[in-house]
Design a protein around this ligand. Sequence first.
Ligand code: DGT
Ligand code: CA
Ligand code: CA
Ligand code: ZN
Length: 572
Amino acid sequence: MPISNAQIAKVFYRIAELLDIKGENPFKVRAYEKAALVVESLSEPIEKIYQEGRLMQVPGIGKSIADKIGELIETGKLSYLEELESSIPAGVVELLKIPEVGPKTAWLVYKELGIKSIEELEEAAKEGKLRVLPGLGPKTEENILKGIERLRRFGERVPLGIALPFARQVVEWLKERAPIDKIEPAGSLRRRRETIGDIDILVTSTNHLEVMDAFVSLPIVREVLAQGETKTSVITDMGIQMDVRVVEPDCFGAALQYFTGSKEHNIHLRKIAQDMGLKISEYGVFRGDERIAGRTEEEVYNTLGLPYIPPELREDRGEIEAAKEGKLPHLVEFKDIRGDLHIHTKHSDGHFTIREMALAGKRMGYEYIGIADHTKGLGVAAGMNEEEILREKEEIERLNEEIEGITILAGVEVNIKMDGTLDIDEEVLDQLDFVIASVHSAFKQPKDVMTERICRAMEREVVDILGHPTGRLIGKRDAYEVDGEKLIDEALRTKTILEINAFPDRMDLPDILCRAAKVKRAKFAINTDAHSIDQLNLIEYGVATARRGWLEKEDIVNCLPVEELLKLFKKK
Ligand code: DGT
Ligand code: CA
Ligand code: CA
Ligand code: ZN
């Protein structure tokens, strides 16, 4: 049963955490944390050390830890951990899911107030019962309530749209405050999953201690879970855990590969390595004792007989097989995008004028932008009636005369009413360059009614693009009940383009449906749905979703030059 150093370290961290909850002797807790750090910082696989009987020679590993490592390697389990887990009320361990609650707080509220569930903690915080405990105050109560709310909304995960800018900020801060050579966020963040469990950052540096000191001193750190020379874990003030690992330059590629995951992708890679008589770990690819790759990710993949696989594909959903056969897709990139076709302005609920959005689009390097304001059915968004739509179109024509270097396309985002009809006269829609049709009401219709409703709208010749096709809001609202397969088939039959709405709480079509639709040769438009100039930058979330869905630029209509795009819109 192969087990990595990181996995064994994880077990020891868990033991430390549980002992900590129980209020055990701090030295004992510390001993397990130290053991975890020792195991993590080893420069060779611990399995090998174990097999050669050298465990007890490793500084920091005594008899009791060595026995536990042995048990883990032999059985993949640890009875001590299992006993420990069963000796603590599950509800108390549950409290740790709230990012604002560390082991000490969990134990304190359990011991003093008998709290052993999230619900009980919530009630106590609301009633101001926590502030009487040592070290807790009204602010803690407030933070805990916020944490509970976040937990309920997102599970334990944070949307990519929050985690990615946050991680980038931390990277910038670390670069300013410590001697850093390479720095790269890994994990699900690098794979651009739509939600992130925790943030993993990898660093190479000539001075480990300075990096870690800089990290724990950042203003965003709420609690330091463990600080070591090679790995430091903190809970940040937005509730998400962040781990920084400093690795040796020779291992950077291997570590980046390992900690980018996914776990499933890594397991598949490990099997390939084994079949070749090699071993792969976060330290490199090894033949026997000799490291034969590790400095770069390319090197790691090439050594296993594979081309480089982009992070967004690493989910073990066929990418390794495709890589072997030389059939990896050439994933779409931001530079392939020639324009953004879903932009709101002051004519509905946007914050800028058409001119301002056009000039911003030009600064993005776009050839064209498509204005798609809301229509009248959407009262809350100050939607336009027929007359206003035609006036906006005239304004766009005037601006096109005046502004050089970018073409403004006149469109709207028309509402698909409950019965599948549109809320704007088709004669007016027909005069526009393009039309996006979206569902903005009656989300709770039964699946067959909703599916029929959307299909009916796609049937209309004037409708070019189906906007945010599933209607989900990540962490806030589930997709409406809709038959995704049927939707894709009808989009194909009616030549309707599927939007990949880039807004980070939408990312809709979701990646899995992108892939399913691509297989059937559907066409896509990656759009931001921007309501402001800054939001034009959200396009990267749409590109990420498309990449996770294996899409290439040929699949995406807004990678076309403007004449071809307009021809395509006319063809339907
Ligand atoms: P997350 O944080 O839940 O959004 O997802 P990840 O993918 O970032 O997962 P995380 O933070 O638990 O671990 C980071 C990477 O480390 C993961 O993508 C792959 C690698 N890894 C973690 N645990 C294991 C493991 O048990 N086996 C293998 N092969 N790799 C692992
Ligand atoms: Ca992670
Ligand atoms: Ca992690
Ligand atoms: Zn919309």
